[in-house]
Design a protein around this ligand. Structure first.
Ligand code: PRX
Length: 665
């Protein structure tokens, strides 16, 4: 099948709805179309179905306690352990089956397979090690690790002893690590000496060390020796720093009784970007979160124990937490984990992995699909992808052309594609088609899942007509929801609830969750998510706060003011555009531009690297002094300019546009 098959292209271009493939439906986990109705009728008890996927140490008394909205509690009175649910209970039936199939770099190194028995053993040993280092229940353990098996081992070991983890994406900077450790008062760090990127070893420990130096309290660190002698950087461990392997050897064969955690006890924290410079510590709990990710992995990703399920996300983000680690392992399947990038050593790397491991599902991001599409069909065509049964996307809107490319050239028109909308805060998927039930409409995520009450509303909170753009809201709570922002209940209410709720009311009907996305809904109830409506941009599926980037830029000596917006990018979805006013006497040189880019990389990481730094004498401002970002977005997108009449300096927009266009020449 090629990109240029005109007949196929024409057929696909016309189709805007695809029925689930019959062969898929015949074997799907969830096929009952009545489910939507039965969940609605039995809400909130419908969620017992999700909780029933788990083993509970103590059964819960109540499905939902909504007496104090928006501080909802789920499965109250129940207790369980997440690591026991992901490991121990599978040992009898699946102890010798692979739990994690790890594919590493460089490619000549053997991949590692961890059976459920292996993983259980390692998790117990590390749990014993953590205890020896003093980690107790409710101590937050930070992980700053690449995509190596020690990361899920460390997460599950924490879960075993009731210590919440806070995973910081390895691509984030030393500063970002320090901020998150300080905010969580986290005294423990698990990290690695390095990892491989496109075949080259990277010195991760140097970055971790730099971050640790900025943490205002004492820390204990465990370091995985990933590169070993062959490519190591020869770091010595200092006081309070321990070698992973030695720690495990010291506890070889030990078992640690899983701690029974209250359903509402924190399982982990995940910092994510918001509208201010300060990252938000999203708190997820043991019972609700684990039920949610297990149920959605089963219903949406169609995960079965005998599958080899491949999610190409990084565990440093929520997708990896929910759908590489917790959901798949709770269901006892084989989860594939890949250390590298899709284009090394060649652009067929992902397809090579799919063929090698015989992956049954592939869950990836639209940005990756757009890159695959650009590279061409010759790469998937090199491999036998017939093991695939289902495809998924997550993280940003997918344009219908990319959707159809994925469906055709990867799925061979025989795999449903689930376009899953959710957020760090929701814990797991909220809007998508159920692949064994609903028709798929490329570009639209789909209807809300059974039991999820999503509505698209106007600024007053009234539902908009079909086809009209509005704001996405969730009108009812759900078990996987964040419980609060760590140590900041006020910001939790302010950010997610205040917009559409009567915050004085204790009636749950008066409380509405606002995810800060724009959306529209069609006559069949399918939601198309249009993107963020706050100051958050989505670069290659990575969520970045423009304020964080701005504060890094204004920290550079010689910068007077900066505004950052997202501009459309054909592969990344959005790219970072920085408009910068320099101080008097500062030359607007290429070297200064590079200094600004480097400052952003230092403060956040290479993912936040500005695509363009545009020097400008002024920024478009309203009379009250507010920067009109919308106009800067128009400039970044080379789009028709919106209304400039409220500006106190309307001419400046044209000047900036000329500067941007001039740079393009
Ligand atoms: O804007 C939405 C977009 O990603 C945001 C959430 O980002 P994050 O918390 O980093 O989680 C990403 C992985 C779940 C959302 O507010 N988003 C996510 N999935 C989709 C999406 N936009 C459109 N379609 C999607 N399927």
């Amino acid at each position: 099948m090629s990109d240029t098959d005109p007949e196929l292209e024409a057929r696909l271009a016309e189709a805007d709805e695809f029925e689930p493939p019959e062969a898929f439906v015949e074997q799907a986990n969830v096929v009952d179309p009545e489910l939507y109705e039965t969940f609605e009728e039995n809400w909130p008890d419908c969620w017992e179905r999700a909780a029933a996927l788990l083993d509970w140490t103590e059964p819960y008394d109540e499905v939902l306690d909504d007496s104090n909205p928006p501080f909802y509690e789920w499965f109250t009175g129940g207790s369980l352990n997440a690591s026991a649910n992901c490991l121990d209970r599978h040992l009898e039936a699946r102890g010798d089956e692979p739990a994690i199939e790890w594919v590493g770099e460089p490619t000549d190194e053997a991949n590692r397979t961890y059976t459920y028995n292996d993983l259980h053993r390692r998790v117990n040993e590390f749990a014993a090690g953590l205890r020896e280092l003093g980690v107790g229940e409710d101590d937050v353990v930070t992980m700053y690790m690449p995509m190596i098996p020690e990361l899920p081992i460390a997460m599950l070991a924490c879960a075993r002893i009731g210590a919440p983890h806070s995973v910081v994406f390895a691509g984030f900077s030393a500063d970002a690590l320090a901020t998150r450790m300080a905010a969580a008062d986290s005294e423990y760090l698990v990290t690695a000496d390095g990892y491989y990127r496109r075949g080259d070893p990277l010195d991760h420990f140097a970055k971790a060390t730099e971050g640790l130096a900025e943490v205002p309290h004492e820390t204990t660190t465990v370091v995985v020796d990933r590169l070993r002698e062959r490519d190591g950087f020869g770091h010595d461990l200092g006081a309070g720093q321990y070698d992973w392997e030695t720690l495990l050897t010291d506890h070889a064969g030990e078992t640690v009784e899983p701690v029974a955690r209250d359903a509402e006890d924190m399982l982990f924290l995940m910092y994510t970007s918001g509208t201010t410079g300060e990252p938000k510590g999203v708190k997820h709990t043991t019972g609700g979160y684990l039920s949610w990710v297990s149920w959605t992995a089963q219903a949406v990703l169609d995960v079965k124990p005998e599958d080899t399920y491949f999610c190409s996300a990084d565990i440093g983000w929520i997708t990896g937490h929910s759908y590489i680690v917790y959901g798949p392992l709770a269901l006892g399947t084989t989860s594939v984990m890949y250390e590298g990038t899709p284009d090394y050593p060649d652009r067929d790397r992902l397809w090579e992995i799919v063929e090698d491991v015989e992956a049954t599902q592939l869950y990836t991001a639209p940005t990756a699909i757009r890159a695959f599409m650009k590279w061409g069909t010759e790469y998937p065509d090199r491999h036998d992808l017939s093991s695939l049964r289902l495809l998924g996307t997550v993280g940003e809107p997918i344009n219908p052309r990319a959707w159809k490319w994925y469906y055709t050239h990867v799925g061979d028109e025989s795999c449903p594609v689930v376009d899953t909308w959710w957020q760090t805060e929701t814990g797991g998927t909220m809007l998508t088609t159920l692949p064994g039930i609903g028709a798929m409409k490329p570009g639209a995520a789909g209807p809300p899942l059974p039991g999820v009450d999503a509505q698209v509303v106007d600024a007053e909170g009234e539902p908009v007509d079909a086809g009209e753009a509005g704001y996405l809201t969730l009108q009812k709570p759900w078990p996987g929801m964040l419980r609060t922002l760590y140590r900041n209940d006020e910001r939790f209410v302010e950010e997610y609830w205040a917009t559409y709720s009567d915050t004085d009311s204790d009636d749950p009907d008066d409380w509405v969750y606002f995810p800060e996305d724009g959306a529209k809904v069609d006559g069949d109830g399918y939601v198309t998510v249009l993107g963020r409506v706050d100051d958050v941009i989505n670069v290659s599926g990575h969520r970045l706060g423009t304020m964080e980037i701005e504060s890094a830029i204004v920290g550079v000596e010689g910068v007077a003011e900066a505004a950052v917006v997202g501009g459309a990018h054909d592969v990344k979805g959005e790219a970072v555009y920085a408009y910068v006013i320099t101080e008097d006497g500062q030359t607007e040189s290429e070297a200064f531009r590079e200094e600004i880019v480097a400052a952003v990389e230092d403060a956040i990481g290479p993912i936040a690297r500005p695509e363009r730094v545009v020097f400008t004498p002024e920024l478009p401002k309203t009379r009250s002094g507010k920067i009109m970002r919308r106009l800067l977005e128009d400039v970044a997108n080379d789009a028709e300019l919106g209304d400039t009449s409220t500006l106190r300096n309307p001419d400046v927009v044209e000047d900036i546009r000329d500067a941007v266009r001039g740079d393009d020449d």
